[in-house]
Design a protein around this ligand. Structure first.
Ligand code: C2E
Ligand code: CA
Ligand code: CA
Ligand code: CA
Length: 276
């Protein structure tokens, strides 16, 4: 019986063990990439109703020496299990503020960064943002911090307090992936938001799914009422763009306009669009 029990344990253990060691290996490789400055940034342009580029969203990129490009959905989740996410996003914030400092406000009004709930909830987060914007001498209102509904996981009050501290600094706040989390529309009036990003899952079904269309319409109407800007994410075709425009959406992001691109390509795009 003892042997059989051990065999069962052994039969069970390897997959868990493999998974765990894979994650550990990836985490170590990610730490190394950060230390050796091998992470990069892709920027996806954001456009206004006239299709002028008014900003961009910075997205992290990592090429593993052996496994190739790893999806941020995968490596961000691994980083979020420890304070590594704080280090990654601190690096990201520094790079983004540096870019904002290099480009005049006329060519790049704003840049958005994703901040994980773990980083957002850190005691020094607001101080860190104050420091990085100050060091690079940029107007904090050009920085948009994208948060998800998960920031309310430990209670609405704490999240609101922290958001207000960021607002006092001048930073703009966006609620990302809106509609996919656990929050409801009623939270919106309590949060000091500048912007709401409708998740692409709603946008992609606009033409085929009546209830998704109804949700998008409701969100747009509500945001207008509250004075919050709405960015439609994942706009992939003209029909979606027109639908959203007709219902008052003014900000767009998606493959229909531009895919995420290298920082160099993004700068070239900005320079090109300056030529009238
Ligand atoms: P997200 O914040 O929702 O970013 C938008 C994602 O949608 C990006 O995927 C982008 O490439 C993709 N996308 C944009 N337009 C379209 C479209 O028209 N169609 C489709 N199908 N997809 C589109 P990406 O770059 O793979 O990033 C995935 C996620 O990884 C991000 O989702 C974000 O949650 C996370 N992420 C990336 N960088 C960071 C970071 O620095 N910090 C944190 N916390 N998360 C990050
Ligand atoms: Ca985002
Ligand atoms: Ca999003
Ligand atoms: Ca997402």
């Amino acid at each position: 019986a003892k042997l059989k029990g051990r065999a069962q344990i052994c039969g069970y253990e390897p997959s868990m063990q493999t998974q765990l060691s894979w994650r550990l290996e990836m985490e170590q490789a990610l730490r190394r990439a950060l230390a050796e400055d091998r992470l990069s940034i892709a920027i996806q342009p954001q456009l206004d109703e006239h299709e002028r580029v008014i900003g961009g969203e910075a997205l992290m990129r990592w090429q593993h020496p052996r496994h190739g490009w790893v999806s941020p959905e995968v490596f961000i989740a691994i980083a979020e299990e420890s304070d590594l996410i704080v280090e990654l996003e601190t690096w990201m914030l520094d790079r983004c503020c540096k870019l904002l400092a290099r480009l005049p406000v006329e060519s790049l009004p704003r840049l958005s960064v994703n901040i994980s709930v773990r980083h957002f909830s850190q005691p020094g987060f607001v101080e860190g943002v104050t420091w990085v914007t100050g060091t690079h001498g940029i107007d904090p209102s050009r920085l948009v911090v994208e948060l998800t509904e998960s920031i309310m996981i430990d209670g609405l009050e704490d999240a609101v307090e922290r958001m207000q501290a960021l607002k006092r600094l001048g930073v703009h706040l966006a609620l990302d992936d809106f509609g996919t989390g656990f929050s409801s529309l009623s939270y919106l009036k309590s949060l000091p938001l500048d912007e709401l990003k409708i998740d692409r899952s709603f946008v992609s079904n606009l033409d085929t799914d009546g209830s998704d269309a109804a949700i998008v319409e409701t969100v747009l109407a509500m945001a207008q009422h509250l004075g919050i800007d709405v960015v439609a994410e994942g706009v992939e075709n003209r029909a979606q763009q027109e639908y959203l425009l007709a219902r008052g959406c003014r900000l767009f992001q998606g493959y229909h306009f531009h895919r995420p691109m290298s920082v160099e390509a993004f700068e070239a795009l900005l320079t090109g669009s300056e030529v009238e």
